[in-house]
Design a protein around this ligand. Structure first.
Ligand SMILES: Nc1ncnc2c1ncn2[C@@H]1O[C@H](COP(=O)(O)OP(=O)(O)OP(=O)(O)O)[C@@H](O)[C@H]1O
Ligand SMILES: [Mg+2]
Length: 299
């Protein structure tokens, strides 16, 4: 990050529950961190998925609730120890669900993230806002109202079709009423079963028609190591034996594709972005040599 350059703010969302938002959020941040970026994950979900995934007990720490209801500086609420390299976390806990009663009734709820996000952009290259599955919840609305980019996470399931259309409409609404600068950074298909090619083709067509050029070419395979790692409170990049498996490589490639879009915003939004050059990943180090990505049922 160059001097005076501000970090990029990405809301990770989808009003549907359990579609890989949190897994993508922490792994994309960890992959970027692995490649040298400074990333902050703000957990904006009272269910505290990102907090748990990063191994932080949800009862012990002040976090996003204090960030949004007090003047506390972000560095006093940020967890930096035992995190994936390059990643810091502002944790959540269930009490975040009661934020409504703690905020002044005179405050514009859609703007509660402006101050903390402005602070975070001075210190981090990427700020990820992990939102919960409720589109109407204060922190979700605030995240969509404050971010510059929206990253949509989806499982390739027949029911995703309706969910995706709903999400596109939601984003159009945010742009119309709140945040005209919000742009869709991309749709990540994850939990991809290598056998369900027809369904995947249908979903890809839906995205290509609604949002030409916005689908990420890198998808994430269905891989049991992801829920396993999550259960252990770690990302794949924190286990030496998992760093080279295909799904970790997929996240590294996805992080590069994402960074390429962010760094070349104008060209990307104009639809004239050059293809991502993945050769750079071969220079990251021995453990990150990228092999052609194969889709297997168990990544
Ligand atoms: N590629 C994958 N392969 C296998 N399982 C996955 C994959 N991605 C996510 N999962 C699992 O699917 C479940 C839901 O994922 P995750 O918690 O990331 O979704 P979410 O959208 O954040 O959910 P919520 O809406 O509840 O916050 C988790 O158990 C997670 O480990
Ligand atoms: Mg989640």
């Amino acid at each position: 990050m160059e001097e005076n350059e501000l970090g990029t703010v990405i809301a990770v969302g989808n009003q549907k529950g359990g579609v890989g938002k949190t897994t993508n959020c922490v792994h994309i941040a960890a992959a970027l961190g692995q490649r040298g970026s400074r990333c902050l994950v703000m957990d904006l979900d009272p269910a505290a998925g990102a907090t748990k995934h990063l191994g932080v007990p949800t009862k012990s720490y002040a976090g996003t609730l204090e960030l949004l209801t007090t003047d506390e500086a972000i560095e006093n609420l940020t967890i930096v120890d035992d995190m994936p390299p390059g990643v810091h976390l502002i944790p959540s806990r269930p009490q975040l669900g009661e934020i409504d009663v703690l905020l002044s009734k005179y405050l514009d709820r859609t703007r509660v993230l402006e101050r903390p996000v402005a602070e975070a952009r001075l210190r981090y290259d990427f700020v990820f806002l992990d939102t919960g599955p409720s589109a109407g919840f204060i922190t979700t609305v605030a995240a969509y109202s404050t971010a510059e980019w929206f990253l949509l996470s989806a499982f390739p399931h027949p029911l995703s079709l309706g969910g995706l259309t709903e999400a596109f409409n939601d984003i159009a609404d945010v742009r119309r009423h709140r945040n005209p600068a919000l742009e869709i950074l991309g749709v990540v298909f994850t939990n991809v079963d290598g056998r369900a090619t027809r369904l995947r083709g249908q979903l890809e067509t839906v995205v290509n028609q609604a949002l030409p050029g916005r689908r990420f070419e890198n998808t994430i395979s269905q891989a049991v190591v992801l829920p396993e790692a999550s259960g252990k409170g770690r990302t794949l990049f924190q286990f030496p034996r998992f760093q080279t498996i295909p799904v970790a490589q997929q996240y590294l490639r996805l992080s590069l594709e994402l960074e390429h879009r962010v760094r070349n915003r104008g060209a990307f939004l104009a639809g004239v972005l050059e293809p991502t050059n993945y050769a750079i990943l071969e220079q990251v180090g021995d453990s990150h040599i990228v092999e052609p990505v194969t889709m297997t049922a168990n990544g």
